[in-house]
Write a protein that binds this ligand. Structure first.
Ligand code: MTE
Length: 319
């Protein structure tokens, strides 16, 4: 998915270290409490649910695989988070600068009324569930991840979408002062992804706050991301700041960059190859080399649960 190399980035485009350090100091100085009050949710507790903090969870009936878990180390050091670099190991280094508190989520578009949610209120909205899902990247690698969250549908109900809302768009956090190697990817920020309303409302679609019993590490999309286990990983937008309900299909980052390579649906499908590589098999990260190769399953193995969403569709055309 990479387009431009770090060596090609003019130094004028790189955020000076001092700038982001100053901002971090400001954010941790308590100067933001007024923003918390303005939301009517009381003063935010900046201590709540930072990366690595334990989250209380309940077992989920929707855990869908008994496969061996990918190690915490691999899940948190082999990442795609282009805001923080294009190398797999860069997000774990640079996403430390992501200011995860205070954090609000704007809800706009086809809803009864626009709303703003405070992240700590969302954390408490529903019991947090442990859900182990297969995680398949379009680059043909995969993991098995014990995520933590609750069904996105629970959040959507709070948003009170109108009947004209047919799609949901997720916009990721974006601050050009923090972006590493801006311009390198050709991405038009902010990162945008979207789902059809019935996909978003499916119980497997997870509003995700943590993994391995702890709040999400920044590089995995803290403080909140979406996980759609039957789609390629890029549909799962990280570090979401806005959710828009729309009556039309939203523009999405990878579809916008290369529509012939990354369709809007992007369901995991071994029968539709990427124009530049096969999708029939995948490499399970972290396993010994001779055990890595897996056959890719249609809808990532979730066909029984979500296949009916696509009944009658030609998934080679609407890939
Ligand atoms: N969300 C944002 N905001 N920025 C990104 O670059 N990358 C996507 C997706 N969500 C991305 C993103 C891609 S390509 C993948 S495969 C998954 O995040 C990777 O999630 P992980 O790093 O937790 O495995």
């Amino acid at each position: 998915m990479l387009i431009r190399h770090p060596e090609l980035i003019p130094s004028s485009e790189i955020t000076p270290k001092e700038c982001y350090l100053n901002r971090r100091r400001f954010l941790s100085s308590g100067a933001f409490t007024a923003a918390g009050l303005a939301l009517g949710g009381g003063i935010l507790s900046a201590r709540e649910a930072f990366a690595g903090e334990k989250l209380q969870t309940v077992k989920s009936p929707l855990t869908t695989t008994g496969e061996e878990l990918t190690s915490y180390k691999d899940i948190t050091t082999y990442n795609n988070f282009y805001e923080f670099g294009t190398g797999k190991s860069e997000p774990a280094i640079y996403a430390k600068d992501l200011p995860v508190r205070p954090w609000t989520l704007r809800v706009e578009g086809k809803v009864k009324k626009p709303l703003t949610f405070d992240i700590d209120a969302l954390l408490k909205l529903r019991p947090l569930e442990d859900r182990v899902y297969r995680h398949r990247c379009v680059e043909a690698w995969s993991m098995v991840v014990p995520w933590i969250g609750y069904s996105l549908s629970e959040f959507i109900k709070q948003c009170e979408p109108l009947s004209s809302a047919k799609y949901v768009q997720f916009l990721s956090w974006y601050d050009k002062r923090y972006i590493h190697w801006p311009g390198q990817t050709g991405i038009h920020w902010p990162y945008s992804e979207g789902l059809r309303m019935d996909e978003a409302m499916h119980p497997l679609t997870l509003f995700t706050f943590g993994l391995y019993g702890e709040a999400l590490p920044n590089q995995n999309g803290a403080p909140v991301r979406v996980v759609v286990p039957w789609k390629y990983g890029f549909k799962s937008a990280k570090s979401i700041v806005a959710v828009k309900f729309l009556d039309h299909q939203p523009e999405t980052t990878w579809n916008d960059l290369a529509s012939d390579e990354y369709g809007f649906y992007s369901n995991v499908n071994p029968n539709v190859d990427h124009p530049r590589w096969s999708q029939k098999t995948e490499r399970r990260i972290g396993l010994p080399f001779y055990e890595q190769k897996r056959t890719t399953l249609f809808l990532n193995g979730y066909a029984d649960q979500v296949g009916s969403l696509y009944a009658g569709m030609n998934l080679k055309k609407d890939f």
